[in-house]
Design a protein around this ligand. Structure first.
Ligand code: NI
Length: 191
């Protein structure tokens, strides 16, 4: 396994729309190795998720995992999930103003409106169907990762640039109020 370099904002390839993965590609030793590397890279960087696009591989694959994450200690636990060719469908018009960060946008967080209930359809790393509803803060994480596969960064969706903040300023001025809102969301949706 290998820790891969993560591209940062300004890298033109972060804007590439990733291609769908075929069953043959997914079954290959090479893609399976890549998925192992993606997970290792996500864990090494303490990410809550990592999309293939961020390590400059333009296939629709992303990893999500939250387990006592030091970057996002308020996020509920999410077991390791690999999404291949994910399709997200919003299930409501209820939004949460999420303060997002990204391994490809070092040092900055900003507020993005995310749907609080989504339907996800994807394959797992073995090509088995994943189909379920995801809610709450975890739904925000899913939307962030799938955006990467479409060449989008959270910065593109920050409606009010005055919400942009360094992590230090976030911790100093915005942390407590945000975590209170985040906990209320998690309490409502159970995730
Ligand atoms: Ni990101």
């Amino acid at each position: 396994m290998a820790v891969l370099p993560i591209a940062t904002v300004g890298h033109p390839e972060l804007r590439i729309v990733a291609k769908e993965v075929t069953r043959e590609e997914l079954a290959s030793a090479e893609v399976q190795q890549f998925i192992d590397d993606l997970v290792e890279t996500m864990r090494h960087a303490n990410g809550a998720g990592l999309a293939a696009t961020q390590v400059l591989r333009h296939q629709r694959i992303c990893a999500i995992e939250v387990d006592n994450n030091p970057r996002y200690p308020y996020k509920p636990r999410v077991p390791l999930t690999i999404l291949v060719n994910p399709v997200l469908t919003p299930l409501n018009d209820d939004f949460f103003a999420n303060m997002e960060g990204c391994l490809s946008v070092p040092g900055i967080r900003g507020e993005v409106k995310r749907h609080t209930r989504i339907h996800v359809k994807a394959w797992d790393r073995h090509g088995n169907d994943i189909e379920h509803e995801i809610r709450g803060l975890t739904a925000c994480t899913y939307q962030h990762e799938v955006d990467h596969l479409d060449g989008l960064l959270f910065l593109d969706k920050v409606v009010d640039p005055s919400t942009l903040t360094t992590w230090d300023s976030f911790n100093q001025f915005h942390h407590d109020a945000f975590v209170e809102r985040a906990k209320a969301l998690v309490a409502k949706h159970g995730s």
